[in-house]
Design a protein around this ligand. Structure first.
Ligand code: SAM
Length: 314
């Protein structure tokens, strides 16, 4: 039996400020921080206002300009990890923005963003005329995003359609009901999602994507691997000590929300075995390529955060 958190259950729900919903605010905060930095790798003009409307939470630490320095004072290795964590979000956004740019350049006009959270690509990317972008997430998350952006006069740059459903339910039916056409090639994205699904739910998700993907479709995903429990415990201890030293209140521990499932399939391998041609890019390599990686001596942090997978349907 996998050692997993007891915080989650198979049918749990959340809003933007709680449980898995709050992770959407954290990554949006990292995008806001990057957008406001001197040489931003990506620009997300909506991230800051989406974070601002979500109330108070752990994400405020990301926006706090003094944080980096304060962590450096307490633990220089942890400071490097913190800087890498923020850079990772920028590099990840950059990678999947490029995925979509290439997909539409290749003629794809149907896009599905799974677990879209506070992703603002449907509002900020230059989609060609006639592109339909479906966003799937839990109802309260989608509701919060569209209401907040509408309040600020933001208008989608594509035909944006919300599919408010949990991905553990019959989302393909809901997607079709929203106008999705399985006969057209589709570009799919699973970013910041797979770690919140148990192994079998991840397999099921890719089976469903495969069933709905016409030839020429593309899929991209942020794939995570299993981390030894002892390593997770050491990393958790390190963060707990650091946040105690700095007086940071810990309202949520992301590790409690994720499924560190030893049975989880390697996404690149899975796709290559199920009708796709897939390649994986280790996140650390991509971060180094973009000159956004700080070397860390601590072995627990050597493995990188994830693998960015891109595949095309055979
Ligand atoms: N993809 C977005 C991004 O990168 O900005 C959001 C990532 S956020 C870390 C995780 C998102 O996954 C949240 O918006 C959450 O609501 C969504 N999510 C996780 N599990 C889900 C599920 N079973 N069904 C629908 N949405 C889910």
């Amino acid at each position: 039996m996998a050692a997993m958190s007891n915080v989650r259950s198979h049918d749990d729900t959340w809003d933007i400020a709680t449980s898995v919903g709050s992770t959407a605010v954290m990554v949006a905060a990292a995008r806001a921080k990057e957008t406001d930095s001197p040489n931003p790798l990506i620009r997300d003009p909506y991230a800051r206002l989406l974070v601002a409307g979500a109330g108070t939470g752990m994400w405020e630490n990301f926006l706090d300009d003094s944080m980096q320095e304060r962590i450096s004072g307490a633990d220089p290795q942890a400071a490097a990890v913190f800087a890498n964590m923020l850079s990772y979000q920028a590099v990840r956004t950059h990678f999947f923005d490029s995925f979509f740019t290439a997909a539409v350049a290749g003629g794809i006009r149907q896009v599905v963003i799974l677990a879209s959270g506070l992703d603002s690509r449907a509002y900020r990317l230059a989609w060609p005329e006639g592109t339909v972008v479906f966003e799937i997430d839990q109802p309260k998350v989608l509701e919060y995003k569209s209401a907040t952006l509408a309040e600020h006069g933001a208008v989608p740059t594509a035909d944006r359609r919300e599919v408010a459903i949990d991905l553990r339910q019959d989302w393909p039916a809901a997607l079709r009901a929203a106008g999705f056409d399985p006969a057209r090639p589709t570009a799919w994205l699973a970013e910041g999602l797979l770690m919140y699904l148990p192994a079998e739910a991840q397999d099921r998700l890719f089976e469903q994507i495969t069933e709905l993907s016409a030839p020429g479709s593309r899929v991209s995903a942020e794939a995570v691997r299993h981390t030894a429990e002892e390593q997770r415990a050491r990393m958790r201890e390190r963060w707990e000590k650091m946040s105690d030293d700095l007086g940071i209140e810990r309202t949520v521990d992301i590790a409690d929300l994720t499924y560190n499932d030893p049975e989880r399939a390697d996404v690149t391998e899975w796709l290559n075995g199920h009708g796709w041609s897939a390649t994986g890019t280790v996140s650390t390599d991509e971060m180094q390529r973009l000159d956004r990686w700080i070397e860390i001596t601590d072995e627990d942090y050597q493995g990188g955060f994830s693998t960015f997978v891109v595949a095309e349907r055979n």
